[in-house]
Each structure stands twice: as structure tokens, then as C-alpha cells.
Design a protein around this ligand. Structure first.
Ligand SMILES: *[C@@H]1O[C@H](CO)[C@@H](O)[C@H](O)[C@H]1NC(C)=O
Ligand SMILES: *[C@@H]1O[C@H](CO)[C@@H](O)[C@H](O)[C@H]1NC(C)=O
Ligand SMILES: *[C@@H]1O[C@H](CO)[C@@H](O)[C@H](O)[C@H]1NC(C)=O
Ligand SMILES: *[C@@H]1O[C@H](CO)[C@@H](O)[C@H](O)[C@H]1NC(C)=O
Ligand SMILES: *[C@@H]1O[C@H](CO)[C@@H](O)[C@H](O)[C@H]1NC(C)=O
Ligand SMILES: CC(=O)N[C@H]1CO[C@H](CO)[C@@H](O)[C@@H]1O
Length: 437
């Protein structure tokens, strides 16, 4: 072949290759499947790492997607939406099988417990495409377009590991420069005595001293902190109802945090407790949660949600037992719960809120005092079996002590509680970087 011939042949080969790639591009871009958007690599989008991610332009915030195969294969994206300004949203799945993108319209299920606020928790529900097995998803207001810049979220709970923990306590939203350090340490130690291996805290803000206590428990492996920068995105209310405070969202987004905590621990923990840090679900009939829950479950098969009456033990009313007025604790700011064993009288005509121990795998949507949707039934546990011990400001004004009821159940744990609290304080003392005692 002559030199020109060779060049001609080479050019022809290049030309044919070029035609082929044009054809390939055309075919993939105009593929008849309306759902497939071709070979755009969704997996280029930056992985979202924050607990709260705002979507551009639309009044939608993403917390996290969770794989939920309890009925059909769903991706359930827990989010916060403006309840009457969000209409269409789409899940852009990144399929592991072939690296393609598959788009599904999301059903938007706004939780019914908005309490009048414009923003509330929502589940964005997307049916997972067959043979896709996605590990990442992006959320977009359109089923078309370029989404390379969209953040992508890891779909959690894809492998349902075996349960590694028996009891996890979910503490929603620590806020307002929280500094009730002594009561915090006592609550954590009580949870541990009663059977908790894990305490998950959604932290908005707390004091420097509190940070030290948290560091101690993180190092110990008890506490897991989920950053909760809700105040960067919303004007939050510190009340639970809109009528009390016309802000964007109620009580520091507590309900969203609780729902996230249930799903986060669904396949990690046999039970999840949903209560505040000044509350302890306190067994009366048994000595710990394990024996109490096995007895309750045995007697109530099919029940997944156990509700415990809230009883207020005012922090303004003290017991006279000087043994529990522990002088070395006075350097630590906060309430000493061992001194508060008088509870306010019942008011049967007023709604008495309850706190919960749930089997997370039976919960679909939770509120604060009950679940909204679940697979199992709920049981109102008798106060003879357990109560929610709640040590705080009085709710019924400063009624005299003689009208309160003495309930020293907490004192059953006095020896181990005092010993354990002292251990935390001494560890911190030995480390000269802390001033806890
Ligand atoms: C549901 O998801 C699992 C795990 O990803 C998969 O093995 C199964 O085939 C899926 N089922 C359906 C009906 O798509
Ligand atoms: C909070 O409200 C103020 C005025 O009421 C407004 O200017 C501001 O943008 C709001 N902030 C957020 C995060 O919504
Ligand atoms: C606790 O002890 C301190 C002194 O050690 C005393 O000032 C305080 O009144 C005591 N508190 C109660 C409630 O007895
Ligand atoms: C403190 O705990 C011990 C051991 O459980 C118990 O014997 C004692 O009665 C408790 N003290 C009070 C005042 O209840
Ligand atoms: C003790 O102090 C060191 C710094 O001197 C710090 O790195 C460490 O985390 C502290 N440990 C605890 C348990 O607070
Ligand atoms: C549902 C909704 O509000 N969609 C809007 C999201 O933001 C884009 C860009 O501003 C609008 O075009 C959509 O209408």
C-alpha cells in the first residue's frame, strides 16, 4: 500500500469509529425507556455529609434516606418540607448493577403532627427500581435535567446487620447552651444501670463543661452525637405548638430527629427508648428494662410500642435525706435527681403525655408521645409496672410538699448511681484538663 493509501485507510478507520460513537451517543440519549436517562454518571455528585442538607430553591431539606423493605422495596427519605409548598420531587437512583440512573417519582407523606407549624417531617417514598440495588440517591424537583451538581445521599440500612445492641436511648435535640451537667451524667448512668448500651443525642448546642461530659461518654462508647444544626436553616420554636410561638418549626425539629433515630437504629438495636434527657423510664415492678420488656412482650404478643406515663418530680421540692445531698457534687452545675422523689398529683382530666419504648422495626412514623403509623399495636403500660420519672420545673405551680406523693423508686439504685457518677467525675478530675469536680 502506498503512503497515501495508508493515510487514507487510517482516516477511514477514524471516521467509522467517529460515526459509531455518534450513533451510540444518539441511541443512549434517546432510549425509548422514559425512565432511564442514559449513562450520565450520577455517582459523580458530591456525597452529602451533613445531617441536614437544603435542596436548592425548593422548600425541602433532606436528613437521610433509609432502605425499607418491610412491605415492598422502598427508599424512605426522611426530610423536612414546607407542608403546602412542596409538590413534586423525584428520586434519582444510582444503580449499583449497571451504573445507570433510574428516576422514580416520590410520594410525599407529610407527618400529621405538624402542630400548626409551616415546616414538618416528611417521608419521601420512592419505589426502588428492579435490579437496581441503589446505594446512593439524589432528590430533585424534576425527572429530567443535569444532576451532576446535586448532592447524593447514601441509602442507609441496606444491609440489615444482626442486632448488636439491646437498648438504645434516643435523646432528641440538646439545645439552648445546655448546661445541666449533673442531671445529664445521672441520667446517662441510670440508663446504663437499667440496660442501655447506647445513647444517641441530636446536639444543637451545649456549654463547654457539657462538651467535656459528652467527650467522656463518646470515648467510653456510650454516647453517639448527631450534629443537629437546625437553627442554621430555620427560625425554630422552643415550644411544641405554633400558637405559642409563630416560627418555622416546632421544638428544635424534635420530631424529625426522633424519626431519624428510629430508622438509624432499626437494625442495630432490639429496643429504642424515645425520651428527653430529664426523663428516665423507671421500672417499678422489675429492676431493669430487660426483665421488664421480656415480661411485657410475653404478655402482649404483637405489641411493638410500649407507652409509659409521665410523672413530674419538681426540682424545687427536696427530700430531707441528707445522705443524698452530696457535697462534692455541688461544684457540678445542674440538678441532683436523688434529692427529688416527690411527684405532682394526677390530673386525670388533663392529657397525660407518655414516653415510649419501641421495637424500631415495627415503627413507620413516630411522634413524641405516640407513634403515628406502625405495624404492631401500642400498649399503655400500667404505672404499677413502670413510669417515666421526669425531674424538671413544676407543672402545677409551687404546690406545697404535703400535696405531693413520695415515690422513692429511684433510691433503689442509689448505691450504684452514686458510685458510677463519682467514677465519671473522678476520671475527669484525674485528667487535669477538666474541672468537673
Ligand atoms: C428487594 O431488594 C433486595 C435486596 O436489595 C433484592 O434482593 C430483592 O430482589 C428485591 N426485591 C424486589 C421485589 O425487587
Ligand atoms: C428568621 O426570621 C427572620 C425575620 O423574622 C428572617 O430575616 C430570617 O431569614 C429567618 N431565618 C431563617 C433561617 O429562616
Ligand atoms: C445541702 O447541703 C448544703 C451544705 O452542705 C446546704 O447548704 C443545703 O441547704 C443542703 N440542701 C438541702 C436540700 O438539704
Ligand atoms: C440505697 O440502696 C441500697 C442498696 O440497694 C438500699 O439497701 C438502701 O435502702 C437504699 N437507700 C435508700 C435511702 O433507699
Ligand atoms: C485528657 O486530656 C487529654 C489532653 O491533655 C485529652 O486528649 C483527653 O481526651 C482527655 N481525656 C478525657 C477522658 O477527658
Ligand atoms: C415544586 C417546586 O417548588 N419546584 C420548584 C423548585 O425550584 C425550581 C427552580 O427555582 C422551580 O423551577 C420549581 O418550580
Amino acid at each position: 500500500m502506498s503512503c497515501y493509501g495508508r493515510i487514507f485507510f487510517f482516516v477511514m478507520v477514524l471516521f467509522v469509529l467517529f460515526l459509531y460513537s455518534l450513533l451510540y451517543y444518539w441511541v443512549t440519549q434517546n432510549s425509548p425507556s422514559s425512565k432511564s436517562t442514559g449513562l450520565i454518571d450520577l455517582c459523580q455528585g458530591e456525597i452529602a455529609r451533613d445531617t441536614i442538607t437544603a435542596l436548592k430553591y425548593n422548600k425541602t431539606f433532606i436528613i437521610a434516606p433509609y432502605f425499607d423493605k418491610r412491605q415492598i422495596n422502598l427508599t424512605r427519605v426522611i426530610g423536612i418540607v414546607h407542608h403546602n409548598e412542596v409538590r413534586d420531587l423525584y428520586c434519582w437512583f444510582c444503580c449499583q448493577s449497571d451504573g445507570k440512573v433510574s428516576v422514580e417519582r416520590a410520594a410525599i407523606d407529610v407527618h400529621s403532627d405538624l402542630f400548626g407549624f409551616p415546616y414538618g417531617t416528611a417521608d419521601l417514598l420512592c419505589v426502588e427500581p428492579q435490579n437496581c440495588d441503589p446505594n446512593y440517591v439524589s432528590i430533585h424537583w424534576s425527572p429530567k435535567g443535569n444532576i451532576v451538581q446535586l448532592p447524593r445521599f447514601e441509602i442507609k440500612n441496606r444491609d440489615d446487620k444482626t442486632l448488636s445492641v439491646e437498648f438504645t436511648v434516643c435523646i432528641s435535640t440538646m439545645f439552648g447552651n445546655y448546661n445541666n451537667v449533673l442531671q445529664f451524667i445521672q441520667s446517662i448512668e441510670m440508663y446504663k444501670i437499667l440496660g442501655a448500651q447506647k445513647v444517641v443525642i441530636y446536639k444543637n448546642s451545649c456549654s463547654q463543661l457539657m462538651e467535656k461530659a459528652l467527650e467522656f461518654y463518646i470515648a467510653e462508647g456510650t454516647v453517639e452525637i448527631i450534629p443537629w444544626p437546625i437553627t442554621s436553616y430555620f427560625n425554630v420554636s422552643s415550644y411544641w405548638h405554633f400558637s405559642m410561638d409563630t416560627k418555622d418549626i416546632g421544638y428544635y425539629g424534635q420530631i424529625t430527629a426522633l424519626n431519624d433515630c428510629v430508622y438509624r437504629n432499626m437494625y442495630r438495636s432490639k429496643f429504642v427508648l424515645l425520651n428527653d434527657i430529664d426523663e428516665i423510664i423507671l421500672p417499678i415492678k422489675h429492676l431493669n428494662w430487660k426483665t421488664m420488656m421480656s415480661s411485657l412482650q410475653e404478655q402482649n404478643p404483637g405489641t411493638g410500642i410500649f407507652l409509659f406515663e409521665n410523672h413530674i418530680f419538681p426540682k424545687t421540692v427536696y427530700s430531707l435525706n441528707e445522705a443524698f445531698n452530696i457535697s462534692s457534687w455541688s461544684a457540678v452545675p445542674g440538678v441532683n435527681i436523688l434529692q427529688h422523689i416527690y411527684k405532682e398529683p394526677d390530673r386525670p382530666w388533663i392529657f397525660s403525655p407518655r414516653k415510649m419504648i419501641v421495637d424500631p422495626r415495627k415503627v413507620i412514623q413516630t411522634s413524641v408521645h405516640s407513634v403515628l403509623k406502625a405495624y404492631g399495636s401500642s400498649l399503655e403500660v400500667s404505672r404499677n409496672i413502670a413510669i417515666t420519672y421526669h425531674c424538671r420545673d413544676p407543672l402545677q405551680g409551687n404546690i406545697p410538699k404535703k400535696f405531693l406523693t413520695k415515690d422513692p423508686t429511684l433510691w433503689r439504685y442509689n448505691l450504684s448511681l452514686i458510685k458510677n457518677v463519682n467514677k465519671v467525675l473522678i476520671v475527669c478530675e484525674s485528667n487535669k484538663t477538666t474541672v468537673l469536680i
